[in-house]
Design a protein around this ligand. Structure first.
Ligand code: ATP
Length: 217
């Protein structure tokens, strides 16, 4: 069981806007992710999906509005504190340490019972077992995506923010990643997933479409 039992936390965004310098990328975005929900964020390139996820984890250059997580107003919290509060973020570029082994990447991030969490992520992503000792840079894009998601799971998150987990990945591995995310969802893990591939939107509880930085119809 990856998710600690009894979690009923809700992520609530009220009127979130974000800027890069003078350029505004998000316009008053409001949305909620309820306990156990998979919400998929869709939108064309440049619609603001990544910026929204970065705003939630505290990595946006400048943001306004209110973000509440698990009853706390986290709007002004630094990113590390949001992560400690249970928000797990997987960036689009995966941010692995290429020279370190897959196992080292996983252990760097781990919180709690490391051996147990390692067993859990290996159950979720069985192919990982075959390359735990390999440098992360010597794995394929899809394998790296599994490592990136697994690394975030090692931090014992209570909600996942995933930025395009299926982008640029071989179809077989896309299915493996979809199945792993659905398995997590079945365990009650809430997630907000930016993803243009319909394979996830088709299984989502809700789909939110961003159009030029705004929630579309
Ligand atoms: P993609 O699928 O291409 O990642 P996206 O929906 O995630 O698209 P964002 O990356 O959030 O969209 O981009 C939203 C807007 O912010 C776009 O107009 C983009 O050009 C701009 N933008 C994104 N990152 C930066 C940055 N580092 N500096 C300046 N502008 C940026």
């Amino acid at each position: 069981m990856i998710l600690a039992s009894g979690a009923v936390a809700v992520l609530d965004l009220q009127s979130v806007s974000a800027w890069y310098g003078p350029a505004r990328a998000l316009f008053d975005v409001s949305l909620r992710v309820e306990a156990g929900e998979m919400v998929v964020l869709q939108g064309l390139n440049g619609a603001g999906k990544s910026t929204l996820l970065k705003s939630i984890i505290g990595l946006a250059d400048r943001a306004s509005g209110t973000i509440t997580w698990d009853g706390a107003d986290i709007t002004h919290w630094p990113s590390y504190r949001r992560a400690q509060a249970g928000l797990g973020y997987v960036a689009e570029d995966r941010r692995l340490f290429g020279a370190l082994t897959v196992r080292e990447n996983l252990h760097l991030a781990a919180r709690g019972d490391v051996a147990r969490r390692e067993r859990e992520v290996l159950e979720l992503f069985p192919p990982l077992a075959g390359f735990m000792g390999r440098p992360a840079s010597h794995t394929s894009g899809g394998e790296q995506q599994m490592v990136a998601i697994a690394r975030t799971l090692m931090t014992s998150p209570r909600l996942l923010l995933l930025d395009e987990p299926c982008e640029g990945i071989a179809p077989l591995l896309v299915v493996a990643i979809r199945d792993a995310l659905l398995h997590l969802k079945a365990q009650g893990m809430p997630m907000l997933v930016a993803e243009q591939n319909r394979i996830l939107a088709d299984r989502a509880d809700r789909v939110v479409t961003l159009v030029s930085g705004r929630v579309g119809a």
